[in-house]
Design a protein around this ligand. Structure first.
Ligand code: AMP
Ligand code: GLY
Length: 424
């Protein structure tokens, strides 16, 4: 079967590499892809956030039998709805279900209504009311812009002044655009964080292996929030006991809740969780594979990814054994100097001879006049497997050194976090 993959990041390169291993998959097309994806797929330069444009392209390419939609924007804009309406098979939630990520106010209400553990919160659409609340609420406090804001619409405020300034930035100055029309003000939780992704067809939910992201730009979680500077898998504090708690108290109730709300979710549900002293709590939901979580998860997947995708579409996920390799995987993201703020593009890159089992996930790369150049803030992810996180970590860093371009930077501490947290 020929498959179209929508997106152009490291996550999509990881998906394309996993699909390439499937005997079911013949040709792969990618909208818009990048230089790494271009080695495995035919790149298509089409505006994938426009549902009509994507569906028109598929109508004109009858050889494509399946489309995988991974980024949040096309999902929230209803690309899957349009494809299905025109008879195309696609992986990813429809617009009604993708709201679980697209609106934090929606997801908080859902959790409250169905008793899914999360931080206490209030939602405001009026600035003066929010301001009055923040004058007396407990500090630290967390402010969240309601809509999609590239993972940057969250402010952890350690003082009341910071909270008041943040509120003004979101609601009056519109720092995150219309995403800040509504703001969720929530209780500050403490504990190690873990990303737990799961495949679901709306009836069955099958968790993937756990992973930990590093959202801040610099070592020791300093600097600005980014899309993610590296990941490792599995989380050492996420053992069988916690996984069972999450499956029973969070994952299954979420699938149930979405069905009850007439918003059946089919695709990948991403649970951003915190292990607090009162148990596991949901920090956020995403309606898709995480980036860069996917880069450490899919290399560990034993089962054919295409088989899982089709089982989700056909609502027979209960019949598929989703199996994983033992061991660990670490991904170090190499970024352009300045990211997540202004950064240079078009810098020529060189990649030396890497160890054989390294998986490179290209993000912001392109080919220009036959040369590999940078084209984004997060440029490339270097992923290594090992028996332990420490082994994988050392291998990843030994290979990061073989990549070079002007202004490159990366965190030196991916995989170190949570070493001291009690293992399970
Ligand atoms: P989000 O975009 O919702 O994942 O939030 C970004 C980051 O902010 C999370 O990964 C957490 O580190 C942090 N965060 C979000 N909500 C809370 C909370 N209620 N308490 C503490 N930290 C939080
Ligand atoms: N790594 C966080 C995300 O994909 O939202």
């Amino acid at each position: 079967m020929n498959v179209l993959v929508i997106g152009n990041g490291g996550r999509e390169h990881a998906v394309v590499q996993a699909l390439r291993k499937s005997p079911k998959v013949e040709k792969i097309y990618a909208m818009k892809g990048n230089a790494g994806i271009g080695e495995l797929a035919e790149l298509v330069d089409v505006d994938y956030c426009n549902p009509t444009v994507v569906a028109d392209w598929l109508d004109a390419h009858k050889d494509v039998g399946y489309t995988v939609v991974t980024p949040d924007d096309p999902l929230a804009l209803g690309v899957v709805d349009e494809l299905e309406a025109r008879g195309h098979r696609a992986f990813g939630p429809n617009k009604r279900a993708a709201i679980i990520e697209a609106s934090k106010a929606f997801s908080k209400e859902l959790m409250k209504k169905y008793g899914i553990p999360t931080a206490k919160y209030e939602t405001f659409s009026d600035y003066e009311t929010a301001k009055a609340y923040v004058e007396t609420c407990e500090i630290p406090v967390v402010l969240k812009a309601d809509g999609l804001a590239l993972g940057k619409g969250v402010l952890i405020c350690k003082t009341r002044e910071e909270a008041q300034d943040g509120l003004k930035e979101m609601m009056l100055d519109k720092k995150f655009g219309s995403a800040g029309n509504k703001v969720v003000v929530e209780e500050f939780l403490e504990g190690p964080e873990v990303s737990c992704l799961a495949f679901t067809d709306g009836k069955t939910i099958k968790p993937m292996i756990s992973s930990c992201d590093h959202k801040r730009a610099f070592d020791n979680d300093e600097g600005l929030n980014t899309g993610g500077m590296g990941t490792f898998s599995p989380a050492p504090f996420y053992g069988e006991k916690t996984a069972k708690e999450v499956l029973e108290k969070i994952m299954k109730p979420t699938v149930y809740a979405m069905n009850q709300e007439n918003r059946t979710f089919k695709g990948v549900l991403y649970f951003g969780l915190m292990k607090t002293k009162d148990g596991m709590k949901v920090i956020e939901y995403n309606s898709r594979f995480g980036d860069p979580e996917t880069q450490v998860i899919l290399p560990m997947l034993k089962t054919d990814l295409m088989e899982i995708f089709e089982a989700v579409t056909d609502e027979r996920l209960d019949q598929v054994d989703v199996e994983w390799h033992d061991g660990a995987c670490v991904c170090v993201v190499v970024a352009s100097g300045g990211y997540p703020e202004a950064y240079a593009k078009g810098k020529e890159m060189t990649i030396g001879a890497l160890d054989e089992d390294i998986v490179l996930c290209h993000a912001g790369t392109a080919m220009k006049d036959g040369k590999l150049v940078t084209s984004g803030g997060r440029v490339i992810g270097v992923c290594a497997k090992g028996e332990t996180i420490e082994q994988a970590r050392q291998k990843a860093y030994a290979n990061v050194e073989k990549i070079s371009f002007e202004g490159m930077y990366y965190r030196k501490d991916i995989g170190i976090k949570y070493r001291d947290v009690e293992r399970e």
